[in-house]
Design a protein around this ligand. Structure first.
Ligand SMILES: [Zn+2]
Length: 283
């Protein structure tokens, strides 16, 4: 058959359409953003979302973290009914109300914080963990109230408080109501100190803005995960203000630990055991 009489092949599909077609392989593999290794997703999950090749700590969902760190089936969630309001009727590129509605739908969480009581290696704790997927773990009135209640519960139960922070800072959409949470949570810690129980703050990647500048850095013991970004303002803002080049690794756990701002950097695999040990010594 001559080449010119060949039937044209079926035209390739529009790549835009193609992208929406679910592939059978989609979601099975993930690429580590640190070492570019392609890894079987199940393998990563089994490894507590830590890259098995290079040890890079990937984001770990709040509920999975609480399940893994607390003793099996001891976590009792509280304050689920608290839902954010829109006191300023705020609108940026989107209405705050609409943003909340769509985030609630995509994350299945009511706000950026999950809290309750549980046990770590047998010791009772009042515990909370940020949901970074919910608007960058930003702290609005609800997150501030939930954090405050973590300390109030620890006060009433005379037990230790543990908070895992991962936040972009204050929730801009709530304006001054969001900033007030810094003072409110810090005051709650001062009250909690009356019962002389420990507060362990665990800083995850990233812990910045108003969260770093209030309760996250007020822990009796402050722990961070490796290579977490921790600080108040971003490096560019600081460079512009002080007109100096910042040193290598500035605002990362390792740098802060070296300069006495953190007590320890703990690998995720050892976190549960280390918390148990600390609570055993102090609680
Ligand atoms: Zn890796």
């Amino acid at each position: 058959m001559a080449w010119f009489s060949k039937k044209p092949r079926i035209a390739p599909q529009d790549p835009e359409v193609d992208r929406d077609q679910p592939s059978r392989m989609q979601g099975l593999w993930a690429k580590c953003e640190e070492c570019d290794e392609i890894i079987y997703r199940q393998e990563i999950e089994k490894n507590l979302n830590v890259c098995p090749a290079c040890g890079h700590h990937m984001p770990w969902p709040a509920r999975a973290r609480l399940t893994a760190i607390l003793d099996p089936s001891t976590f009792e969630e509280m304050d689920q009914q608290l839902e954010p309001q829109d006191p300023l009727s705020f609108t940026d590129s989107k209405k705050y109300r609409d943003r909340l509605r769509s985030t609630r739908k995509s994350t299945a969480e009511s706000d950026a914080f999950v809290s309750g009581v549980g046990r770590i290696e047998g010791k009772q704790v009042s515990v909370g963990c940020f949901v970074f997927e919910f608007m960058g773990g930003s702290m609005g009135s609800v997150v501030g109230e939930k954090v405050t209640r973590v300390f109030e519960r620890a006060h009433d139960l005379k037990c230790a408080a543990v908070i895992f922070s991962a936040s972009g800072g204050a929730r801009m959409q709530e304006g001054i109501f969001s900033l007030m949470q810094m003072a409110k949570t810090s005051a709650a810690i001062a009250r909690f100190r009356e019962v002389r129980r420990p507060y362990v703050s665990v800083m995850l990647h990233p812990t910045t803005g108003g969260v770093a500048a209030s309760f996250a850095w007020l822990g009796d013991v402050i722990i961070a995960e490796p290579k977490a970004l921790i600080g108040f303002a971003g490096p560019r803002v600081i460079e512009q203000t002080i007109r100096q080049k910042l040193p290598e690794g500035f605002q990362r756990s390792e740098f802060l630990h070296e300069h006495g701002m953190l007590d320890a950097i703990v690998h995720r695999k050892e976190l549960r055991q280390k918390l148990g040990q600390l609570l055993g010594l102090m609680a």
